[in-house]
Design a protein around this ligand. Structure first.
Ligand SMILES: NC(=O)c1ccc[n+]([C@@H]2O[C@H](COP(=O)([O-])OP(=O)(O)OC[C@H]3O[C@@H](n4cnc5c(N)ncnc54)[C@H](OP(=O)(O)O)[C@@H]3O)[C@@H](O)[C@H]2O)c1
Length: 431
């Protein structure tokens, strides 16, 4: 039997889940894989506080393995695998680097530290022969990292579209199903523990953008940094736009989208309308799903719990078993660099359909003038809906375009006379 000693960096929600799962699954892991996993050291910020918190959660982490010094975990010669569950970029990335430099395999659930320091972490791992595992950093328990990194290694992936932030999917689902406003649903999500007290990283799309940079790099076999991801959040989405979109056959999601055509790459996170029948449109609540298209695999979709202590712990423990039972470390096949892959041409002029809502004066000839602005830029209108507003006498005009260039749509809107209309909202529509 192989003895495997683990060190934890942090023991909050996810660390607690991993502790629990390793305790419950210990004997099965011995039987199935011949590995005896034992947690040897746990880094916490404050030992008395951690003991009290653990007792409250029914976690029996012994006092003698707790430490307030990261070096006791990353430098312990008897620790084989260091699992990082602290969150945030620093000091998490520094501690992981220390562990790797000491030849210890690192397993992390931390998309921020990974997305921003992946090249340095991988280089350190390769230098010392350690492993670097991060299945839980994207999509919780959904095995998307493994699928991209191994199963689809012989395919040519050209599209990844995902719902990879459960908080925003919960908020948009409630808004869609109940016609409620953003602020009210956000408050409810915070009370339920589904949104952070400071929700910015989720609702403004940063969380999804970190994850997309990891997915796109793996899918396209070249480094796509976080800085290249175009990002818009959901905080200014109104119940009115969701309702109008629904009426026109669309469901609103915060999508993370990566596409590659030749060397041209687009990576973007923004609210997106999808036809009701699209498989991603039916992924509701806090679930996550990732849709992948490749030259040979064609369409596929992975769906499951993107967060939560035990689903995430399941992914992390899967990494522990793989790292402990594999005979050699495994790294992605592309050159993992600090900068973007130089062979990629990043574009911000993608082609898609658009939902455009304008407030317009209710006069003869207005529609003709607006149509002229679209046609001047070769933007063709697929459908249109008009709603009379109750208060200010302005009408709401909603256009859905045929596929058009982003920059052409922006120019067309720029041509419109501010005396007759105002842009209220532009939302991209995918198919
Ligand atoms: N929660 C999920 O469902 C989920 C899903 C997938 C991935 N993840 C990722 O998993 C990681 C952990 O998330 P979590 O939900 O477990 O967060 P959490 O509950 O806040 O746990 C983090 C723990 O690390 C501790 N910590 C932070 N900095 C530390 C330091 N310098 N030294 C010692 N301890 C430190 C924190 O202590 P204090 O509380 O005292 O600061 C806290 O106990 C994050 O990277 C997150 O993105 C989470």
């Amino acid at each position: 039997m192989k003895q495997v000693s683990i060190g934890f960096l942090g023991c909050g929600n996810i660390g607690g889940g991993v502790w629990r799962l390793l305790s419950e699954m210990h004997d099965e892991l011995v039987l199935r894989h011949g590995i005896d996993v034992c947690v040897r050291r746990v880094l916490v910020k404050d030992i008395p506080e951690a003991l009290a918190l653990n007792a409250g959660k029914g976690l029996d982490v012994p006092r003698e393995i707790l430490t307030e010094k990261a070096g006791d975990v990353t430098g312990d010669p008897q620790v084989d695998i260091v699992c990082e569950f602290m969150g945030g970029e620093q000091p998490a990335a520094r501690f992981m680097l220390d562990a790797l430099e000491n030849g210890k395999t690192v397993i992390t659930a931390n998309k921020v530290a990974l997305a921003l320091n992946w090249a340095q972490l991988q280089a350190a791992a390769e230098r010392t022969g350690a492993g670097l595992w991060y299945e839980a950093s994207v999509g919780g328990v959904i095995p998307v990292i493994r699928v991209l990194n191994t199963n689809l290694e012989a395919d040519r992936i050209d599209r990844v579209m995902g719902i990879i932030n459960g908080t925003t999917n919960y908020i948009l689902t409630r808004m869609s199903q109940e016609g409620r406003d953003y602020a009210e649903v956000l408050e409810e999500a915070q009370k339920l523990g589904l949104a952070e007290p400071n929700p910015e990283a989720d609702v403004e799309g940063m969380d999804a953008a970190y994850k997309l940079s990891i997915l796109a790099s793996l899918a396209f076999h070249g480094r796509v940094t976080y800085q290249k991801v175009y990002r818009e959040g959901i905080s200014s989405i109104s119940a009115m736009d969701i309702a109008f979109g629904r009426e026109m056959g669309y469901t609103l999601k915060l999508l993370a989208i990566a596409k590659k055509d030749g060397n041209v790459v687009e990576v973007r996170v923004h609210p997106t309308f999808l036809p009701h029948a699209h498989p991603l449109a039916r992924v509701d609540g806090s679930l996550n799903a990732i849709f992948i298209h490749g030259a040979y695999c064609r369409d596929m979709m992975l769906q499951g719990r993107g967060a939560g202590d035990m689903p995430t712990a399941s992914a992390i423990c899967g990494d522990i078993v793989s790292a402990a039972s594999g005979d050699r470390p495994f790294y992605p096949s592309f050159r993992n660099t600090v900068e973007d892959d130089p062979s990629f041409e990043f574009t911000n002029d993608w082609t898609t359909r658009y939902y455009i809502r304008l407030s317009a004066v209710d006069e003869a000839g207005v529609l003709t003038r607006l149509a002229a602005c679209f046609s001047q830029e070769n933007v063709s209108i697929a459908s249109m809906m008009q709603k009379t507003a109750a208060k200010d006498g302005l009408v709401q005009l909603v256009f859905i375009t045929h596929p058009a260039s982003e920059q052409a749509v922006r120019r067309a809107i720029g041509h419109m006379d501010g005396k007759i209309c105002r842009l209220e909202r532009m939302i991209r529509v995918e198919e």
